[in-house]
Ligand binder design. Structure first.
Ligand SMILES: [Zn+2]
Ligand SMILES: [Zn+2]
Ligand SMILES: [Zn+2]
Length: 330
């Protein structure tokens, strides 16, 4: 067994003994069937010619013929029954097609899966070997679907968790595809189901030791935006990092004028949520007319509510500065 240069960099589920691609095998000697003495009938010749083969002779036993492909010259043994009743395929031409499909999909065809005729092993650009259905690779080549290397993707998810001091243990034991099982590596070591999206943004707490997002400091903020129509609006909310929230999440068009008007530090995320909810409840109750129709900022600010007319700016700033002294009672 030879190891292909693209065979797995990482050991594990994807490590497989990689055979040399079919096209590069010498053929014969090993598979060359033994000659079988017997006549080659004229209707066999005619049928072979009709579908692009010539008959090199009878081989193996009384049921087999050696067929030479007129396209590539490859010789393979075929059952006479298959020749007459079906259309035998040249295995070398088939592999050539698989190699062309793979190349069009940005892959390298390594070898057919000996156990499943619709599957092959492919080398991906990242260096890992992927087992895929031939039709899927053709769909990738046509741009109808994308290919994801499981090994690389797992490494990405593991790195996301490591950046937050957690380790990725595995898939969600409850089977939710959005969740994973993680362990609090840098803390108590406890295991917990966490949505992958929350792991990326850090919006979760460790249920075992209690440390994390809800327990860490946060801010209430006010931001000002000038919409494309020229109208000025104000947004209030909470975030651990208001500037990052503004630049990377809320703002869609980089050219839109926007800025932070105020940031009030709050001890914990839990407290920030509570204060923010009470602030919005108060504004909705006292100034329902100042709530801006979401249709006006859809596609400009990535949020569905909590946007008010700029005439509330002073009131919001006053409420926020009051928070520095005491929380509003609502
Ligand atoms: Zn061929
Ligand atoms: Zn990979
Ligand atoms: Zn913990």
């Amino acid at each position: 067994m030879t190891t292909h240069p693209l065979s797995p960099v990482t050991p594990g589920s994807l490590s497989l003994p990689m055979a040399i691609p079919f096209r590069h095998r010498t053929f014969p000697p090993d598979d060359m069937p033994t000659r079988y003495a017997g006549p080659v009938h004229g209707h066999w010749w005619a049928r072979a010619e009709e579908i692009g083969f010539t008959i090199s002779g009878r081989v193996r036993d009384r049921y087999h013929l050696a067929l030479r492909c007129e396209t590539c010259g490859h010789v393979h043994a075929s059952r006479i029954y298959t020749l007459m009743a079906a259309t035998p395929q040249c295995p070398a031409c088939l592999v050539a097609r698989l190699e062309a499909d793979a190349e069009a999909a940005g892959l390298m065809h390594l070898d057919r899966d000996p156990d499943h005729r619709h599957y092959s092993w492919y080398g991906a650009a990242c260096g890992h070997a992927l087992r895929r259905q031939h039709e899927i690779v053709r769909r990738v080549a046509r741009g109808e679907t994308e290919l994801r290397c499981e090994t690389c993707h797992a490494a990405t998810e593991a790195a996301e968790a490591a950046a937050r001091g957690w380790t990725l243990v595995g898939s969600d034991p409850q089977g939710n595809p959005s969740y994973r099982l993680y362990a609090h590596e840098s803390g108590c070591g406890g295991e917990q189901r966490i949505a992958r999206a929350n792991m990326r943004t850090g919006r979760f707490d460790c249920a075992t030791c209690g440390c994390g997002w809800a327990a860490s400091p946060s801010y209430l903020y006010a931001m000002k935006f000038t919409l494309a129509c020229g109208r000025e609006v104000v947004k209030a909310g909470y975030s651990r990092d208001p500037l990052s929230r503004l630049i990377h999440q809320l703002r869609i068009d980089r050219a839109m004028p926007c800025r932070i008007l105020s940031m009030v530090p709050i001890d914990t995320g839990h407290e920030a949520i509570r204060l923010e909810k009470s602030l919005h409840a108060r504004l909705r109750r006292t100034h329902p007319d100042a709530i801006v129709d979401p249709d006006l900022y859809r596609g400009q600010i990535r949020v569905r509510s909590e946007i008010y007319d700029a005439k509330l700016t002073l009131l919001i700033l006053t409420l926020l500065s009051d928070l520095d002294r005491d929380a509003p009672e609502d």
